[in-house]
Design a protein. Sequence first.
Length: 405
Amino acid sequence: MNYDIDKIRSYFPVLKKEVYNKPFIYFDSAASSQKPVQVLMKEEELHNEYYGNIHRGAHYMADKATNDFEGVREKIKTFINATSTKEIVFTKGTTESINLVASSFCERFVAEGDEIIVSEMEHHANIVPWQLAAERKGARIVKLPFNDSGILEIERLIELISDKTKLISVAHVSNVLGTINPVKEIINIAHHSDVPVLVDGAQAAPHVKIDVQDLDADFYVFSAHKMYGPNGVGILFGKEKWLNEMPPYQGGGEMISEVSFEGTTFNDLPYKFEAGTPHITGVIAFGAAIDLINETGLENLTAWEHSLLEYATAKLKEIEGLRIYGEATQKSGVISFNIEGVHSYDLAMLLDKMGVALRSGHLCADTVMAHYNIPGCIRISFGMYNTKAEIDAFWEALNKVRMMF
Ligand code: PLP
């Protein structure tokens, strides 16, 4: 594998830090990844060299900022293989992208008595917006369950889909179980009944190749801050045929064509869904993060992270009383677990004092916790910069902590 880990780590200044006089080990990239110098420098360059508000200024700075901003839209189009930049809408994050579709799609296409299918392994961001929209419309959420290994029971999908089904929303990769869901197959089943599918790609976009045309996804959403980019930037990919039919999500500048007190006409795609000044700095700097992923090569990244996953899983399985949640063969670099008799919060606190940053609690996935009848768990998650040496250090720290209980 052509993977220069030392070079990659050198891009992330924060990884050289110590916490509590211990080398810093960052195993929380699924929550938010660290930022490389390329992204930090791009933010600084923009503000030092050519900042201006986009699309509206008749001056050099505004023009240059607009070109760069639209250049990143183009880059994202290529990154996910969309057919047109009209299908790429900038939002604040995955959460806002899902809220946009839930609100706007349901406004236009969902009526009383209709149903939206949502999987049982979703992040709260892919459940609550549908509940809110369903409540407004008198519609109903239907659960697509997963089994104890953390695999979606997609054979149930055919019986769950009916003429009341208006949309299916499912994660590409689960933020708790790490399962890489067979979204192409799900979309294929859904399309047989003319049901569109939203794919929550928050945990997939930094790790696996995405091709929205090959998947035939109707909507695909993700966040820049989990992809080594800035926080406050999200992407909504939507097929033009849907976005054209959907009403605007928010009103304001940029999303209009003409405004009068008699009425307003709306801008073309994608601007119809981009009211107000967007996160200009964040979007432009996100371009540098995408360049880094492209230079590293997604297939190299996937292979590297998979080797970390296999290595860490084998080591964790040596620990008596440790249960891993999520044992799909198609899995991304996320491992959630509990150790018998130890509260996940206590474990996380003690590991933090040993320099290991990880996540504990319900992981914004109460329905997954309910499935296993647990209040919470520990999650480690890997990024492009993690190493087997860090897994060894974490494993030793974990064993030390375990002895304390
Ligand atoms: N969906 C999944 C699968 C996630 O893991 C997350 C965040 O962890 C979200 C949605 C929400 O992302 P954001 O907070 O960037 O909007």
